[in-house]
Design a protein around this ligand. Structure first.
Ligand SMILES: *Cc1c(COP(=O)(O)O)cnc(C)c1O
Length: 364
């Protein structure tokens, strides 16, 4: 926490706005709009709820196809399944580790030729690194399929000065406990389309038609963010730039420590890209490290009670999703095999970083 969160929460208590709406919700939405440059924002109970609502907005029905980045956290793909739609998974490209524009185009070509035009494309900015949005957007436009941008891990990241959260027809953010800023749990849906955000707010508050009694002509959801948690969000927005600096400092530390080690690679920012470096990740090539694998490093850290984690396991390899269509090669799979997320918290002290460094120095 940054320090001012409690004041906003106290205001909620003092004014008795302990409800899924109120001045902190309005204020937090305004902060998000101002920061990202998106015209409209709806604060929600989670990022997953945001993806669910975005797909509903785009009229995703049972049996429809939705294209989704394979290398991601399962929350990107789960809402496709909630709606009974069919996910079509896409491989990564090596430059950002996100959705491969080439594999995306192959998928769109094949699906449209079969009369299975997808309802949406779901790219992700994994670990804070923006996906190749200019290329992905050009292909999406060519095939006339809207983008739902999963910016859950990328608040503060940008491409040529344009912030993540503004590239999709609809975009989502997450404020889960592990993200770069948090409301303990929460998310947001962003769009320049005011009617869509209004409809999302309506559906997120149980879809109550205007009437003195409870009247419903749509299935609703209970997906709004509470005014108490939005207070935490307002305080967190004040420290977001500092959080980004802290995360980027972690990256610089590990990069300097390991840049001369054979077989360890970091993910550089492509020209014009800015990553919030939510997590610092490395690729380990055992053919060049003299046999040391990603798993050797993870276990050596674990032996010192330091948690690290392999990169996210691609969705097309997950038992629950492996029977769905997949386009691409083995980029995502190799990233999973050789990639490691290093300890990356904003609150890591110099002593913490030195503790990690001692283990890594001993190995190399
Ligand atoms: C965290 C995360 C989500 C889900 O957000 P929640 O707020 O936890 O529901 C979705 N996609 C990605 C890539 C995430 O990392």
């Amino acid at each position: 926490m940054g320090g001012t969160e409690q004041e906003f929460v106290k205001q909620a208590f003092d004014t008795n706005w302990v409800a899924p709406l109120g001045p902190n919700v309005d204020g937090f939405e305004g902060d998000l709009q101002h920061y990202t440059g998106s015209a409209h924002a709806a604060a929600l109970s989670s990022g997953t709820a945001g993806i669910h609502l975005a797909l509903i907005m785009l009229d995703v029905q049972p049996g429809d196809y939705v294209i989704c980045q394979s290398l991601t956290f399962s929350a990107t793909a789960n809402p496709i399944a909630y709606l009974g739609a069919i996910p079509v998974f896409i491989d990564s490209e090596p430059q950002t580790w996100n959705m491969s524009p080439t594999a995306l185009e192959t998928a769109l070509k094949k699906l449209t030729a079969k009369g299975q035009k997808p309802k949406a494309i779901l790219p992700v900015h994994l670990y804070g690194m923006p996906a190749m949005m200019p290329e992905i957007m050009a292909i999406a436009e060519k095939y006339d399929v809207p983008i739902v941008e999963d910016a859950a891990e990328a608040l503060g990241s940008e491409i040529n000065g344009r912030r993540c959260g503004t590239f999709g027809k609809l975009s989502i953010l997450s404020f889960n406990g592990n993200k770069i800023i948090t409301t303990s749990g929460g998310g947001a849906l962003l769009s320049d389309d005011e009617a869509m955000i209004q409809k999302a707010r309506f559906l997120a508050t149980q879809a109550r038609d205007p009437a003195p009694h409870y009247q419903h002509s749509h299935i609703g959801y209970n997906y709004r963010m509470s005014n108490v948690l939005a207070g935490i969000g307002r305080g967190q927005m004040q420290v977001l730039p500092e959080r980004i600096s802290q995360r980027r400092a972690n990256f610089d530390f590990y990069n300097q420590l390991l840049e001369n080690v054979q077989g360890i690679r970091f993910l550089p920012e492509p020209q014009g890209f800015f990553s919030n470096r939510w997590l610092t990740t490395i690729l380990v090539d055992p053919n060049k490290t003299g046999g040391t694998t990603r798993e050797d490093i993870r276990l050596a850290l674990e032996a010192q009670n330091i948690e690290s984690r392999p990169l996210w396991k691609p969705m097309h390899l997950q038992p629950v999703f492996q029977h769905y269509p997949y386009y691409g090669g083995t980029v995502a799979e190799k990233l999973f095999d050789n990639g490691l997320c290093l300890p990356s918290g904003s609150n890591m002290t110099d002593a913490d970083r030195q503790r990690v460094a001692r283990v890594l120095r001993q190995m190399f």
